[in-house]
Write a protein that binds this ligand. Structure first.
Ligand SMILES: Nc1ncnc2c1ncn2[C@@H]1O[C@H](COP(=O)(O)OP(=O)(O)OP(=O)(O)O)[C@@H](O)[C@H]1O
Ligand SMILES: [Mg+2]
Length: 376
């Protein structure tokens, strides 16, 4: 049987665990063409949730368009992608789609041939337009007009939304806000993981997206439901396992779906012969991941100074300790606080650690902690 624990990209359908409450809430919001800001720490499952939401919405007859701002380096490309994807979501007939594009002023249709030889209609910003922001706004307006004409609700999902300021900052944000406010046939979801950046964009009254919609904080998947999901799959694969033993995987993965999927995937493979998931095997899982990712951790390790390495070793042994406390510094023979502060800042900038909202410091990748504590 195929390994049912997928990770690394979008997990859909039967391989997607729970999130029933979040899905129902978002479906409700989008049926009312609402605006939602979805935030969570990295790898909590926003993108997966959004794809499963879009599958559900399409089943309910809504049109959906997904944009990942990471993929569009400038406004010109963003404008083309937004116009193309929203129009395509509402009009599947290529001839009609090209007609829609031909009515635009600042964007012009482009016909390309797909791999299978069929024609595809796309659109690009007309070369003579130096000002690309009006083209983006025209694309947004076009989506609203088309949705109205088709009498269909459209949902636009903008992922990695905290990347928006990279374009041209406040001007673009303001212009987008006033355009979005004119829309009555489009629901919007803005999703992002850099919580402080996201929150600054929507909670600062001087910023354009201030109070444009409600904020939904995505937490971990509810433990009971996730355990049921994992247990059910192992049973289906005829593995012997106790449900309460599996809880340890959630603990080891600090409830981050990415970590948990990864460990369940490995458990499935390691026990392919014996078909038994024992507590001993579960204990081993973080180290197996750490070994698989060792080249990556090695590279990160090399970027750290001696002082930073000493701090990382200390944090790997006492992950919940307060790094500025005397006890922590005495136990691990590091300090003073000023140099610890400098190391923490540098390691955070490198993406090795992150600062929790409560002010403690955690490894960005939990498996790096296991890698370090195993080696040192
Ligand atoms: N409901 C779920 N069921 C099963 N696996 C999930 C679920 N949600 C997330 N995952 C796992 O976590 C991984 C990361 O999820 P996803 O990419 O959606 O997170 P994200 O919050 O968008 O992360 P980022 O902030 O880095 O963009 C997925 O590849 C998948 O393995
Ligand atoms: Mg994502």
């Amino acid at each position: 049987m195929e390994n049912p624990f997928k990770y690394g990209w979008i997990v859909r359908g039967p391989y997607f665990a729970d999130r029933k409450r979040e899905l129902a809430e978002l479906v409700g919001e989008m049926k009312n063409v609402g605006r939602v800001f979805l935030t969570s720490p990295r790898r909590f499952g926003k993108t997966c949730l959004l794809f499963n939401l879009m599958d559900r919405l399409q089943g309910l007859g809504l049109a959906t368009a997904y944009l990942d701002l990471n993929a569009y380096p400038d406004v010109r490309i963003l404008a083309s992608a937004l116009t193309h994807l929203t129009s395509k979501a509402l009009e599947s007939n290529v001839d009609k789609l090209l007609k829609v594009f031909s009515r635009l002023q600042r964007l012009r249709p482009k016909v390309t041939v797909a791999h299978d030889g069929s024609l595809m209609g796309t659109v690009e910003v007309a070369a003579e337009y130096k000002e690309v922001l009006p083209a983006l706004l025209e694309g947004m307006q076009n989506a609203e007009n088309l949705a109205r004409k088709k009498d269909t609700k459209l949902v636009i999902v903008i992922d990695e939304f905290s990347d928006l300021p990279k374009y041209n900052g406040q001007t673009l944000e303001k212009a987008m806000r006033s355009e979005i406010q004119k829309h009555h046939h489009i629901g919007y979801i803005f999703s992002g993981s850099e919580q402080s950046v996201m929150l600054a964009m929507i909670q600062d009254r001087k910023r354009a997206f201030y109070k444009l919609g409600r904020i939904m904080n995505l937490g971990p998947i509810e433990r009971g439901a996730y355990l049921d999901f994992i247990h059910r799959w192992f049973k289906k694969g005829a593995y012997r396992v106790k449900r309460h033993d599996l809880e340890k995987i959630l603990e080891l993965g600090i409830d981050v779906p990415h970590n948990i999927q990864r460990m369940c995937h490995i458990a499935w493979e390691l026990a392919r012969e014996t078909h038994e998931i024992t507590p001993l095997l579960i204990e081993k899982l973080p180290l197996v991941v750490a070994e698989q990712d060792s080249p990556h951790f090695q590279l990160q390790w090399q970027t750290a100074s001696q002082q930073q390495k000493a701090l990382l070793i200390a944090l790997s042994k006492s992950p919940d300790a307060k790094p500025f406390s005397r006890e922590f510094q005495l136990t691990h023979g590091i300090g003073p606080s000023s140099s610890i502060k400098a190391s923490l800042d540098s390691l955070t900038r490198k993406g090795i650690l992150y600062r929790t909202p409560e002010g403690s410091y955690q490894f960005f990748d939990i498996f790096m902690r296991h890698w370090i504590s195993h080696l040192y």
